[in-house]
Structures are given as structure tokens and as C-alpha cells.
Design a protein around this ligand. Structure first.
Ligand SMILES: [Zn+2]
Length: 320
């Protein structure tokens, strides 16, 4: 092999090494780009997933609680104790039937949604009578309203007391309804905090007896009995009212009551006495409670007119 050939061979080897190096660098660069792309993709995916699951959680918690803490459910247990039958409302079968049947007519929602309409009338001030109690806003700890029995022929033997500041308004509403030909029955009004605590604890103990641990028993119980502090009946400003005849034929409070003329009278006159229909149809997402055509809440005449005229809930009134 002469010098030239040897030089050529070396040159060839150098060239091959260079090519190899370049190939190596290129491969590394390509890998790096792919890796970066994968990381970006993965991070995006994780963020998307977390965001998605968070909103799912929010949505589902609202839905669950709307059924769960409903007044009527809270009372179910009390039927065991021969408490008034409003409390029997909580029949799980009923509640599931009703909530599913209500979810379908979503198309009605825009009618009820006041978001795009200009408010009717001037908004009154908030006061003691517009106190908001729901699953997100507990009753102030230790709050005990001054109550007295409602004087009217047709009241439940239990839970028939009302806040003294609003009792006369309730009596007037019931008396005027009767005078107009609509005999009403007061199923349930004020319930003490202790009463609610007892109901709740009893339910918790039932689940513990079935082998649930403390947390599970609490969660299960809250499906059926309002968590103490979240029941509006403890304010002394809420009343479950149906017609006497309807009540004689229905042991549980059900949505059928809305088909009676008695409901029509209550719905159209309640604001004159300072009451609102507290849990309207298709407003479960706002109130956290399923539709209750029998549950009326005293808020004072000005606030009642404003709320009923504008077709809003107490939650929206308090948030405005
Ligand atoms: Zn009620």
C-alpha cells in the first residue's frame, strides 16, 4: 500500500467517524425533541384531567346534596316515632322518582331563570327575616328563635310553633285561605336544633349498627336526615302547608300537591303575608333542595314580593 492509498483510507475513516458523530447528534436532537413534546403533552393531559375531575366533583356534589339534605328527607326517620307525617316524606322511593321526573323538563329552566331580566321593583334590605340557612350556610351556632304555637284549627300536634315575629302573618294567611274556601293543614313548622340533632344521631347509630365506621355512618345518615344546622325549620320561619283534604289522603308530602287549587292559592297569595315558595321547581342547583310545593318561608312582605315577582330564590336575594 503506498502513501497515497494509506492517506485515502485514513481520510475515508475520518469521514465515516464524522458521519457517525453527526448521525449520533441528529438522533440525540430528535430524541430530545420527542421527549420535550411528550413532556408537554403529558403535563397538558394531567392539567386537563385535574381540571376536568374537579369540575365533575363540583357538579356531582351539588346534585347529590340537593336530594340529600332536603327537608322532606330529613323527616323520614321521624315517622318511626309517630311524628307528623311531613316527616314521612322522605320515603326514598318517592324522592328518587320525583327527582328524576323533575330533571327531565330542563327546557322550562330558561323561563324560570331570572338572569337576563331586569329586576322588578326596588330590592329591599336584608334583615332577620331573610336569614339564609342551607347546606352551604349553616344557622348561627346557638341560635334559638323565640317561638309560640300557631293558633289555627288544623295544625300538627308536633312542631306547630313559629317565630313570634312572624306567627301572626302565618295565622292570617291560613285564616284568609280558609275564608276563601281553601282549608289548609300546617304539617310542620319550627323544629328545635336538639330535635334535628337527635334525628341525625339516631340515623348515624343505625348505620354504625350495620358495621359502618364513623365517617361512613355520618355520610350515609346525611343522605336521609338534614345535617344539624342546615334545616330551615330550625329558624322558626319555615312552614310545610298542604290542604286538609289532600293531607287526609296522602301520608307523605309529594309533588302532587302542586296540582291542587290550594297550592294555586298559596302560591299566588303567599307574598301578601310575607311568605315565599322556598324551593321552587328547577331551582335545585341554587337552593340545594328538590322542589317542595308545600314548603313556605317567611321573609317579610317586601322581600317576599321582590323574590316572588322576580322569580328568584332566597339564595339569589341574599347574594345580590
Ligand atoms: Zn319543610
Amino acid at each position: 500500500m503506498d502513501k497515497r492509498q494509506a492517506e485515502k483510507l485514513r481520510e475515508e475513516k475520518r469521514r465515516k467517524r464524522r458521519n457517525k458523530k453527526i448521525k449520533g447528534y441528529t438522533m440525540m436532537a430528535v430524541c430530545a425533541v420527542i421527549l420535550v413534546a411528550l413532556i408537554v403533552f403529558a403535563v397538558k393531559g394531567v392539567i386537563g384531567f385535574v381540571a376536568g375531575s374537579e369540575s365533575d366533583i363540583d357538579a356531582s356534589s351539588t346534585v347529590i346534596s340537593s336530594d340529600v339534605n332536603s327537608e322532606s328527607s330529613s323527616d323520614d326517620t321521624s315517622s318511626d316515632e309517630d311524628v307528623s307525617s311531613d316527616e314521612g316524606t322522605e320515603n326514598p322511593d318517592n324522592s328518587s322518582d320525583e327527582s328524576s321526573s323533575e330533571e327531565t323538563p330542563d327546557s322550562e329552566e330558561p323561563e324560570n331563570n331570572p338572569a337576563n331580566t331586569t329586576p322588578v321593583g326596588e330590592k329591599p334590605q336584608q334583615s332577620w327575616s331573610t336569614m339564609l340557612v342551607n347546606q352551604w350556610s349553616y344557622m348561627p351556632e346557638g341560635y334559638v328563635p323565640e317561638v309560640r304555637p300557631i293558633v289555627y284549627e288544623g295544625v300538627s300536634p308536633l312542631n306547630n310553633q313559629f317565630d313570634v315575629r312572624a306567627a301572626e302573618a302565618l295565622e292570617n294567611m291560613l285564616a284568609d285561605a280558609r275564608a276563601a274556601g281553601y282549608n289548609m293543614y300546617l304539617v310542620s313548622a319550627y323544629r328545635s336544633h336538639d330535635y334535628q340533632v337527635n334525628l341525625f344521631n339516631r340515623k348515624v347509630n343505625e348505620y354504625k349498627a350495620l358495621g359502618y365506621d364513623d365517617t361512613e355512618a355520618y355520610n350515609q345518615a346525611s343522605q336521609w336526615v338534614a345535617i344539624p344546622g342546615t334545616s330551615e325549620h330550625c329558624t322558626g320561619l319555615a312552614a310545610d302547608i298542604v290542604s286538609s283534604t289532600w293531607y287526609n289522603y296522602n301520608s307523605d308530602l309529594t309533588h302532587d300537591f302542586e296540582e291542587t287549587e290550594h297550592f294555586d292559592w298559596l302560591y299566588s297569595h303567599c307574598a301578601d303575608y310575607g311568605f315565599i315558595l322556598r324551593y321552587p321547581k328547577n331551582r335545585e342547583a341554587t337552593t340545594g333542595i328538590t322542589y317542595e310545593p308545600w314548603h313556605y318561608r317567611y321573609v317579610g312582605t317586601e322581600a317576599a314580593r321582590y323574590i316572588m315577582d322576580n322569580n328568584i330564590t332566597l339564595e339569589e336575594f341574599c347574594a345580590e
